[in-house]
Design a protein around this ligand. Sequence first.
Ligand SMILES: [Zn+2]
Ligand SMILES: [Zn+2]
Length: 336
Amino acid sequence: MRAVQVGEAGADLELVEREIPEPGRGEVRVRVHACGICHSDMFAKEGGFPGVTYPVVPGHEIAGEIDALGEGVEGWTAGRRVGVGWFGGQCGHCDPCRRGDFISCRNGVIPGITFDGGYADYVVVKASALAAIPDDLSHEDAAPLLCAGVTTYNALRHSGAAGGDLVAILGVGGLGHLGIQFAAKLGFETVAIARGTAKEELARELGARHYIDSTAQDPGKELARLGGAVVVLATVTNAAAMSATVGGLAPRGKLVIVGASMEPLEIPPAALLGGSNAIVGHASGTSKDSEDTLAFSTLTEVRPMIETVPLEEAPAAYERMMAGDARFRMVLTTGA
Ligand SMILES: [Zn+2]
Ligand SMILES: [Zn+2]
């Protein structure tokens, strides 16, 4: 089979031929049709993430069909269309798992990071990592929903916001363009916040009722003027941009962070007191959360904006994503 691997941390992506892997106990082999390219693939490409061994095949936005079942797999059949995201399955025996908190599993595995992922014709994953793909959803559209989609949808639906509440999405990019759609379809009065005016028209088409240009307006003041945001979902990686929204939270309002940034937030602690405000992170979601995301997207016609490229062109597509030029998610296709 074809696979695109990283030989060592910092090395270029390279197309190689590999043996088709066999599923072990509790695992399935998936014939990959499409795999999204995510910014977090840089953890495999550049290293620095615990548990990566090289060579590794990146890719955790995998859509395809079950091709072979290992021993002991129940509830899945060959030919079923399935997706796999960041969540690579739970161990089932650690403390969080014993409490049913699978996303917090201490022995969690990640496709394309801790084992070979979806930049390939085939991938082997734990059956507990599988999400069923609805018939009406293409593999290409399903792929980004398995990371960027579940991350934003699951954070919003668990944010405590209810229909009609003012909810702001910070960033109109790979995550944000989905976050705006989900927020609008969940019935929130949706605000999009981005730099400049170039993305305003698109943000409104995706469902934003309001648009804040953070280069011309103070996002905190503008949100406050709109009545205060019950939730701000931060999808960007710019910590200063996140910090600038806190002044616009409603009483009991929350800044929910899904953008993976290593920069420190700069928020005067006193600013959180008057409104009893909170700043929280949100992990993406389990395989069932991914399945819910795919089902909700089919039900409400939420779709990612994608650019598809053949698997062999993964190196150029990855560079395009890293340069911020993708509109908005790059998806590799195997031709299967
Ligand atoms: Zn991702
Ligand atoms: Zn566990």
